[in-house]
Design a protein around this ligand. Structure first.
Ligand SMILES: [Zn+2]
Length: 410
C-alpha cells in the first residue's frame, strides 16, 4: 500500500496559501487569520473523510478515524500547522498533512485498522507568537497548566484566551481517549540525511540543552598608552577559551555539540582594553552525563589551559534529553526496510511535540531530509520524493504498530 504523492503535494501547495510570504515562505502564527484558516481546512478535510474532529481547552485539534469509541486504544499521529515568522512550508505541516494522506490511502483501499487513529494539530508548537513553545502538547500531556496557556500574551498584548475564542472547547480530548503510542513525521531541519543520501532518519532521542554564561575579568586601560605586557585583557582570555572549547567539542563531537553565539564585551569601545567579557554558550547532548559535565570541563579549560583563576561560570538553564521508545525505533527501522528505503538513527537537536508525548507513551519520530538543512526560513524546501518516502514510512509504521502495539501493554 502506498500513499498518493500528488494528492499530498497538492495539499502542501494549496494550504501554503494560508499565510504565504515571499513566494515560498509562510508566516502562520498561532491563532492569527492564516492559522484560523488552516484550522478550518483541517476540520473540513478530516470531516469529509469521515473523521470526528474535536478541539480541547487550548485548541489542539484531533481528528479521530476508524473507531469512534473512545475506549478503543488509539494510535496518535501529529505535528503542528503553525510556523515561525517568515518560516517554511514543511516544518510541522508535512507531519499533519501526511497523516491525513495516510488516512485517505487507507480509505481508498478500504483498509480498516484495529486501532483508532487520531491525527493531531498541536497548538503553538513554534512558540513564535505565544510563550512557551510546544504549548499545546505540553498542556495535553499535563506538563503545563491551563492558566499559563490562556494567560499567555503576544508582543502586542493580546491574550491567547481572547484570540482563540471559537477554536477551543470546554473538555480535554487526550484524557478521555486511550492513547497507545505517538508518531510524528518531520523534516530533519539539518543537513545530515541529505549529505549522506539517506531516505529516512529514525530519531532515537532529542538532545538535552544547557545554557551557560562565562565571565572573564580584566582591567580597563587606555588602548594607546598601555603596552601589551602590562595589560589584563578580558577579551583575549575569552578568545583563548573559545579556541580550547572548540577543540574539546571536536574531540567529543559524537556526543556533544556546542555554540558560543552571544558575547558581551565591556565597555565595548575601540580604544579601551576590555575589563569584562561574557560568553554565552549553548550545549546540546543526548547523553545527560555529558551535559552534567560541561561546567567542570569549562572550569578545567580555564584553569589548566588558560591558567586563569578569576572567572565565573553560571548555568542559565537546562532541559534533559528525551529518549524515544525502543519499541517504536525498532518498528520504524523494520518498516522502512520493508518498503525498501535506506535509514539511519539520528539525534534531533531541535525540540518537537514528540518530546512531550515521550514522557507519557511510547513515542517515535521519522525524519526526512530537507534541502541544505535549511529551516525556519522562507527557503526551507524538500523534494517531492522526500515527502513521499516520509509518508510511506509513516503508513507502514502505522500498519506494523496496528499489529504489535497491544503486545506492549499485555
Ligand atoms: Zn516543527
Amino acid at each position: 500500500m502506498h500513499i498518493n504523492i500528488q494528492r499530498l503535494w497538492d495539499d502542501l501547495s494549496s494550504t501554503a496559501q494560508f499565510g504565504k510570504v515571499q513566494e515560498t515562505g509562510l508566516t502562520r502564527l498561532t491563532f492569527d487569520q492564516s492559522d484560523k484558516k488552516i484550522r478550518e481546512w483541517f476540520t473540513t478535510t478530516c470531516r469529509n473523510l469521515g473523521g470526528i474532529v474535536r478541539t480541547d481547552r487550548v485548541g489542539n485539534q484531533y481528528a479521530r478515524f476508524f473507531s469512534l469509541n473512545d475506549q478503543q486504544s488509539t494510535i496518535l499521529v501529529g505535528s503542528h500547522l503553525d510556523t515561525q515568522p517568515n518560516g517554511g512550508r514543511f516544518d510541522g505541516i508535512l507531519g499533519v498533512l501526511a497523516g491525513i494522506e495516510v488516512i485517505r490511502t487507507f480509505m481508498d483501499k478500504q483498509h480498516t485498522l484495529k486501532h483508532a487513529i487520531e491525527i493531531i494539530n498541536w497548538t503553538n508548537e513554534e512558540g513564535a507568537r505565544f510563550y512557551p513553545p510546544m504549548m499545546g502538547s505540553a498542556y495535553a500531556c499535563g506538563h503545563l497548566d491551563l492558566n499559563t496557556v490562556l494567560q499567555s500574551k503576544d508582543k502586542d498584548g493580546y491574550l491567547l484566551r481572547n484570540v482563540s475564542e471559537g477554536f477551543r472547547s470546554d473538555s480535554d480530548v487526550l484524557t478521555t481517549i486511550k492513547p497507545s503510542c505517538y508518531l510524528e513525521l518531520h523534516i530533519e531541519q539539518g543537513p545530515v540525511l541529505e549529505k549522506e543520501k539517506i531516505n529516512i532518519g529514525v530519531v532515537t532521542s532529542i538532545t538535552g540543552i544547557s545554557w551557560f554564561s562565562i565571565r572573564f575579568f580584566g582591567k580597563a586601560r587606555h588602548a594607546g598608552t598601555t603596552p601589551l605586557n602590562y595589560r589584563n585583557d578580558a577579551f583575549i582570555k575569552a578568545a583563548k577559551f573559545t579556541i580550547e572549547f572548540q577543540k574539546y567539542l571536536i574531540e567529543n563531537s559524537d556526543n556533544i555539540i556546542g555554540t558560543i553565539g552571544k558575547i558581551e564585551n565591556i565597555p565595548n569601545t575601540p580604544n579601551t582594553v576590555p575589563e569584562e567579557t561574557i560568553l554565552y554558550i549553548d550545549v546540546r547532548s543526548a547523553n545527560e552525563e555529558y551535559l552534567n559535565n560541561v561546567a567542570s570541563v569549562i572550569e578545567k579549560i580555564i584553569r589548566l589551559k588558560l591558567r586563569v583563576n578569576d572567572f565565573e561560570v553560571k548555568k542559565i538553564s537546562s532541559i534533559s534529553p528525551t529518549n524515544f521508545s525502543s519499541l517504536l525505533i525498532s518498528t520504524i527501522d523494520k518498516s522502512i526496510q520493508e518498503i525498501g528505503l535506506t535509514g539511519r538513527h539520528i539525534v534531533s537537536g531541535a525540540g518537537h511535540d514528540a518530546l512531550q508525548l515521550a514522557k507519557q507513551i511510547p513515542t517515535g519520530m521519522i525524519f526526512v531530509p530537507c534541502e541544505d538543512g535549511i529551516s525556519h526560513n522562507v527557503n526551507e524546501n524538500i523534494l517531492k520524493e522526500y515527502a513521499e518516502n516520509g509518508a510511506n514510512s509513516l503508513l507502514k509504521t502505522i500498519l506494523n504498530l496496528d499489529e504489535t502495539i497491544d503486545e506492549y501493554y499485555n
